[in-house]
Design a binder for this molecule. Structure first.
Ligand SMILES: [Zn+2]
Length: 135
């Protein structure tokens, strides 16, 4: 029984590791080759341009920050959204990724959990970020 649990644990580790590496391989070239964002005004221009591409009219503010390890997007209590691009994410590719989460309603689902995020929302945002594909 213990051997079976250990074997199952190893399989789960291998599968999840492979999945994470696949996502990283999908996003990394796009991030590396992406145009950098140097200033807040440039970010605001790019945000407006990218919102038009996604036909998104949601109230979104974006900030270049050094406060977070990873880029994040949040929904505020007043219904507006914010994107925080961390130092690693000061580029158009990451902006597109975070914007896709908002435009596609990923932050609006009250039932979202780490499974839906990790296996549905994250790959969608990665595909949009890398290839412009909307699922
Ligand atoms: Zn994401």
């Amino acid at each position: 029984m213990i051997d079976s649990v250990k074997r199952l644990g190893k399989i789960a580790l291998i599968v999840s590791g492979t999945y994470c590496c696949s996502l990283l391989c999908l996003e990394l070239p796009s991030v590396i080759l992406s145009q950098g964002i140097e200033s807040q005004s440039q970010l605001e221009e790019l945000l407006a341009k990218e919102k038009k591409k996604l036909n998104c009219d949601k109230n979104i503010k974006a900030k270049l920050t050094f406060d977070y390890n990873n880029p994040i997007s949040i929904k505020n209590e007043d219904g507006s959204y914010e994107i925080f691009l961390s130092e690693f994410g000061h580029n158009v590719s990451t902006l597109r990724h975070e914007l896709y989460h908002i435009a596609d309603g990923h932050l609006d689902n009250p039932n979202r959990n780490w499974i839906s995020y990790f296996f549905w929302y994250e790959p969608q945002a990665a595909l949009y970020e890398s290839f412009g594909l909307k699922l």
